[in-house]
Design a protein around this ligand. Structure first.
Ligand code: NAD
Ligand code: TYD
Length: 424
């Protein structure tokens, strides 16, 4: 039986790091899906990330802003969008400290705009398959959505027979246990479209900072401590409010730090790879003992596909790598792997000699660690790529894609770097 896969997906922020990896994976894994990628192409959005998809008939790029309601409405209607996967965000903590405005605009207002567009489209039109907009179909839309809220775990193989929402329903037990299997669109390309889904992609940083022990679970109270995490927390609250108030079929994921191909070299791992290749200093904030739980980006994207296929609307799923590392350890691993692959620095010094401890980030969260037990138990997802393999693949990707790296290291990046690091 074909699982209940989404087919008309609006991806926001698909030209960024995780979005680009997701678009690639989804096109490969979901042969019937069509993806529309709405991206504003900020400094972090890079058309080169998906340049080879230009001729892919199941893919369309739209250059635009998620805050542009008219544009979002037109895409939702024209493309009969049944699934939103919302990545678009300002995503870098350091930038949120120096320039928070864009974080409020994109992360909060942008998310609000998308939620409103989805509400208008799915709850007041006849459903995602209706090419007209907004009039008189409230009943149909609402029924569609509550059925969706009840049944979207059906048909997946990974879930098993575990009761997952306290209602007595069994995940994976039958296709549509509440609505009497009245969802003909699932798995049948000729039938009506699948029930809508709004997957809001978020971060573990909303939970705040941990001491040496403990883990973030889905029940951990929110305690965001940077403008970035506060803006993501606000967006998460809005997304959940749309489920509780309107029954918009929202799912939220909170993931730990990602790494892998196409990550912009403002984040720790690609910044260190790039500086180490260029023979520049490697800036480590504070004492270098802050801990992050690193997950290879493809594992995150697989988790998102799993949540789309099997997650329950209204639910939150934490995603993590079971891979806590101190920053200094990450930097040393990268130095050693680069020495192995391209030889030591000119003059023979090892790359570890480039490490420099610099002034700490204001409000620097000490430790993040995800308990991913819920998604593992209930949806059958777990990370597939261990850190040793993932970091080696990442380094090899950057070594093999120097043109990509050169392309992003433009004047504005150099200026950013000078502004952030020159006086640190
Ligand atoms: P990124 O900064 O690499 O990419 C963000 C993308 O959003 C870019 O392509 C950018 O052009 C686009 N964008 C920004 N503002 C926009 C707007 N107003 N309208 C349309 N597009 C806009 O980010 P990323 O690291 O790929 O993260 C993607 C999502 O995943 C974010 O929501 C982030 O909070 C979340 N997340 C990231 C991580 C991580 O480690 N990178 C971990 C957990 C969650
Ligand atoms: P980053 O990749 O910015 O992700 P986040 O802050 O969202 O976790 O940073 C990861 C860790 O690395 C964080 O503890 C800050 C630290 N860091 C440095 O020590 N030096 C750097 O140049 C950067 C960018 C980050």
């Amino acid at each position: 039986m074909t699982p209940p896969l989404p087919r008309k997906i609006l991806v926001t922020g698909g030209a960024g790091f995780i979005g680009a990896n997701f678009v690639r994976l989804a096109l490969a894994e979901l042969p019937e899906c069509r993806i529309v990628n709405l991206d504003r192409l900020t400094y972090a959005g890079n058309p080169a990330n998906l340049a080879d998809l230009e001729d892919q008939p199941r893919y369309r790029f739209v250059h635009g802003d998620i805050r542009d309601r008219e544009l979002v409405d037109s895409i939702m209607a024209e493309e009969m969008i049944d699934t939103v996967v919302h990545f678009a965000a300002e995503s870098h903590v350091d930038r949120s400290i120096t320039d928070p405005d864009a974080f409020i605009e994109t992360n909060i207002t942008g998310t609000f705009t998308l939620l409103e567009a989805a509400r208008a489209r799915w709850l007041t039109a006849a459903g995602p398959g209706d090419t007209t907009t907004g009039t008189g179909g409230a009943g149909a839309g609402a029924a569609n959505t509550s059925a969706a809220a009840a049944n979207h775990n059906g048909g997946t193989t990974a879930v098993g027979e575990t009761e997952i929402d306290g209602s007595g329903r069994k995940a994976g037990a039958e296709r549509n246990p509440v609505a009497g299997d009245a969802d003909p669109g699932i798995g049948d390309p000729a039938a009506a479209p699948p029930s809508p889904r709004f997957l809001h992609v978020s971060t573990d940083e909303v939970y705040g900072s941990l001491g040496p022990t403990g883990y973030f679970t889905e029940e951990t109270p929110y305690d965001p401590r940077s403008p970035y995490s506060a803006s993501k927390a606000a967006a998460d609250h809005l997304a959940r409010a749309y489920f509780h108030t309107y029954r918009l079929p929202v799912l939220v994921t909170n993931c730990s730090n990602n790494y892998g191909p196409y990550q912009f070299p403002e984040k720790l791992i690609p910044l260190i790879i790039n500086n180490a290749l260029e023979g520049r200093e490697l800036p480590v904030y504070g004492d270098g003992r802050n801990v992050r739980d690193w997950l290879f980006v493809t594992d995150h994207c697989r988790a998102l596909l799993t949540v789309l296929a099997a997650g329950l609307p209204g639910e939150t799923y934490n995603i993590g790598g079971n891979n806590e590392q101190e920053n200094i350890a990450i930097v040393e691993i990268i130095c050693d792997l680069l020495d192995e692959r391209v030889g030591p620095l000119p003059g023979g010094a090892p790359r570890r000699s480039l490490i420099r401890f610099v002034t700490d980030r204001p409000g620097h969260d000490r430790r993040y660690a995800i308990d991913a037990g819920k998604i593992e138990r209930e949806l059958g997802w777990e990370p597939a790529v261990g850190f040793t393999e993932g970091i080696a693949r990442t380094i090899d990707w950057y070594l093999g894609n120097r043109a990509w790296l050169d392309g992003v290291l433009d004047g504005s990046y150099r200026e950013y770097y000078r502004r952030m690091y020159a006086h640190r």
